[in-house]
Design a protein around this ligand. Structure first.
Ligand code: ADP
Ligand code: ZN
Length: 758
């Protein structure tokens, strides 16, 4: 008999190569392989998990290719629409398909040695026999009292329970269960349990709110929209955007039986947001929190894939949730830069969401009080439908915002006292008075300083030298408890020195202010106040955010001090004062989005004040009261800010007036890095003049604003174009053909639609 012809598959592997690989499929594999199935294949001397992206009866290779080792998926892990989305990402962001697929799969499914992750199980026990009469019972158990007690406890629990529950009520040795099982009196079973860490927050009372007319209008417009429509929901802070999302999802999920994805910035995955969705949809919601471990993530993924959960709430990567019959994707706080992934593939979850929703006939809702300029421009151009919620719910008004001009309001104290800064220089009198007044009324304050650490840098008073990181061109931030100098880029730490490394001078001073220092000053000034600090340093624990915010919600905190983490999503009616300690942090960064970010931060943090009937007040300390980012945030004037900012991005053009790709060259030798970047610039100009006409512009190369990170020198150049297709073609040609010498650890990365150029 003739042997059955072997079939072949194309496999995408997570390698930095723009190609796929052919493997043979021999008989005897556990599961049939389809497009989208994971396969374990031999690679060099080891093995790797890849995804089948094509099947054929012939091989393009001369030799018989190596054979697939395992086919762990009964059902393909990647559905056809998700694969299509991955192909788009690979194409648009110029990344190998296998690398994209690796990002989309849950980590638990990517181990070649163990491609079938185990699930957590629990042991169940149920009665195996019925012993109705007392007589029989006495006979059965005789003097085995322990067996009888256990048997009767199971009986009293309805004939079925978990072993864990049994143990919590009764102390008995494992042999008792074994004997009972052997005698056929009970049956022991294993059951898969889902690891849902949010279950422990328990049920949440759901008071169903009646939408306001403005909310209702937004809900019905979106609910009756055509497939693939994109909405920009511009609702001021406190206008009730969350209720709009929830009511829209009731229509889509409850009435139409579809599924939905809700994206929120990681920071907003606070108990408040999660509780609201859980209150409305109960255990149909899966929450993908970054604090989940691999197993918990996998469980959530599986529950979504099996259709047991139909709504996912999560950060960036939740856009890849394995849901069928998708009805909507909501992107809350769509302007947030955390939607952009900082490493390859450098995708933007908002753009991926729109693409996925269009492919699958779902609608996209982008919500924000301060939409990104890109989304605003798309709405103005008619690509998205703009919906507005111009008022706060329940007749609440936006808080009044006042500026404290740091150049004019005197400190009244010695601002540069030895060992740090004086309270009076940090919290000027009007802000101080407002804090005192707020606490006196039993209300709460939020204070923002978007810089963590103790002081921002250490400077020599003699020669002016500043302590910098030995691996990065970044000043070291001074932290206390323990006393360390830390690089916020590479996490290099060192002990503070007694003298200047440049001139040997012994007069070193701490300059600039961080949240740690402000916390100390506040504690000294208000010894009986309950002060909580929230920044990267205080929230490293798994549920640290939740704990701090639950305390604020319970009224156990008078002053919540923190970085940008406290600016978003929080809804506490008793917060009546918001103070910005220094609005100018970051405003002068050499990045085209610096003003936009500053405006968004000030608007968002202002939005935390006055969410209740008591109203609210915002005080902003700044040296730049006339900067448009500050001025329009004070006036709550988003439209005026956009007009002004858009003008500033016309010449030279920056997004949204043009599309960008940032190409970064890095290496451990400064000279080779510079040479590579200069050569690439010439190479690209040559390419563009011969092929692309003048539709793509090359800017640079130049050293990056942060010239060195983690011992690597960095140069960059920008590609600008009004034609996304041309930009893709040039970028792809460059990434596939440009040769990078294998010296000095040289590396080239391309960042399409960068959110920052630092
Ligand atoms: P946003 O996200 O737009 O800043 P939220 O969704 O946090 O606003 O809503 C602000 C507050 O208003 C919340 O406490 C919310 O419960 C309340 N709220 C929203 N809609 C209504 C409504 N229709 N009736 C009563 N309260 C509402
Ligand atoms: Zn460093």
């Amino acid at each position: 008999m003739r042997e059955k012809a072997p079939r072949f598959i194309q496999v995408a592997l997570p390698l930095p190569l723009f190609q796929t690989f052919t493997y043979a499929v021999d008989e005897g594999l556990a599961n049939p392989i389809a497009v989208g199935s994971r396969v374990v294949v031999p690679l060099r001397s080891g093995k790797e998990v890849g995804v089948c992206i094509g099947i054929s009866d012939v091989s393009p290779l001369k030799r018989k290719p190596k054979a697939v080792l395992e086919s762990p998926d009964l059902d393909p892990a990647i559905s056809p629409p998700l694969l299509e989305l991955c192909r788009w990402m690979a194409d648009y962001y110029i990344v190998p398909l296998g690398v994209v697929l690796r990002t989309v799969l849950p980590a638990a499914l990517t181990g070649a040695d163990d491609p079938r992750p185990s699930r957590k199980t629990r042991r169940l026990v149920r009665l195996g026999a019925d012993i109705p009469s007392l007589l029989q019972r006495d006979k059965t158990f005789a003097r085995a009292n322990r067996q009888r007690t256990v048997f009767e406890l199971i009986e009293s629990l309805g004939g079925k329970t978990s072993v864990e529950n049994l143990r919590s009520q009764l102390d008995f040795s494992p042999s008792v269960l074994k004997t009972l099982e052997k005698r056929g009196l009970i049956v022991l079973d294993e059951e898969e349990v889902e690891r849902d860490p949010f279950a422990m927050r328990g049920g949440i009372a759901a008071t169903r709110l009646e939408p306001t007319p403005a909310q209702q209008h937004a809900i019905s417009t979106m609910a009756s929209a055509a497939k693939g429509a994109v909405f920009l929901l511009h609702g001021i802070t406190g206008s009730g955007k969350t209720l709009v999302y929830i009511e829209l999802l009731r229509r889509i999920v409850d009435e139409r039986g579809q599924t939905a994805i809700v994206l929120v910035p990681e920071i907003a995955l606070t108990p408040q947001t999660v509780d609201r969705f859980r209150a409305a949809f109960g255990d149909r919601v899966a929450v993908l929190h970054s604090a989940l471990n691999e197993g918990e993530r996998y469980d959530a993924w599986l529950a979504l894939k099996r259709g047991e959960k139909r709504i996912v709430v999560g950060a960036r990567s939740a856009v890849f949730a394995p849901l069928d019959n998708l009805g909507a994707i909501i992107v809350d706080e769509e302007h947030e830069s955390s939607y952009k992934q900082g490493e390859t593939p450098r995708y933007h979850a908002r753009e991926v969401a729109i693409m996925r929703a269009k492919n699958e006939g779902a609608l996209t809702v982008l919500g924000s009080a301060t939409p990104s300029l890109e989304s605003w421009a798309n709405a103005s151009a008619g690509k998205y439908t703009l919906l507005s919620l111009p008022d706060r719910v329940g007749g609440g008004r936006l808080p009044s915002v006042e500026v404290i001009d740091l150049r004019r309001i005197p400190t009244g104290y010695n601002a540069m006292a030895q060992g740090g800064v004086d309270y009076g220089a940090v919290i000027r009198e009007p802000l101080h008075d407002a804090i005192v007044e707020t606490m006196r009324r039993g209300e709460q304050c939020i204070l923002l300083l978007n810089r963590r650490g103790y002081s921002s840098f250490i400077q020599c008073f003699e020669c002016g030298a500043v302590a910098t990181c030995p691996h990065c061109s970044i000043t070291l931030t001074h932290h206390r408890n323990p006393e360390r100098l830390i690089c916020h880029y590479c996490l290099h730490t060192e002990d503070p020195r007694p003298d200047c490394t440049r001139c040997g001078g012994r007069n070193l001073r701490q300059r600039g202010l961080g949240t740690q220092q402000v916390e100390r000053l506040l504690c000294e000034r208000f010894p009986s106040a309950r002060i909580a600090r929230m920044d990267v340093d205080t929230t490293s624990g798994k549920w640290a955010h939740t704990r701090i915010l639950d305390r604020v919600g319970a009224g156990d905190v008078d002053i919540l001090l923190g970085t940008q983490m406290i600016a978003k999503g929080l809804d506490f009616p008793n917060v009546t004062l918001v103070g910005v300690v220094d609005a100018d942090v970051g405003i002068n960064l050499p990045d085209f989005r610096a003003s936009e970010r500053c405006f968004q931060l000030l608007s968002q943090v202002s939005g935390r004040a006055g969410r209740g009937a008591k109203g609210g007040r915002v005080l902003i300390q700044t040296r730049l009261p006339n900067h448009h980012a500050v001025r329009y945030a004070v006036g709550h004037d988003y439209i005026a800010f956009v007009r002004n900012e858009m003008e500033g991005r016309r010449d030279p053009p920056y997004p949204p007036n043009v599309r960008l790709a940032n190409i970064v060259f890095s290496g451990v030798v400064e000279d080779s890095t510079a040479k590579l970047a200069i050569h690439a610039g010439e190479w690209l100009r040559e390419l563009i003049s011969t092929r692309a006409g003048d539709e793509v512009m090359v800017v640079g190369p130049a050293p990056c604003p942060v010239e060195r990170i983690k011992s690597r020198w960095r140069w960059h150049l920008l590609l600008k174009s009004e034609h996304p297709g041309e930009l893709t073609r040039v970028s792809r040609y460059f990434m596939e053909r440009f040769e990078v010498p294998s010296t000095a650890q040289l590396r080239v990365t391309l960042d399409r639609d960068p959110v920052a150029l630092l």
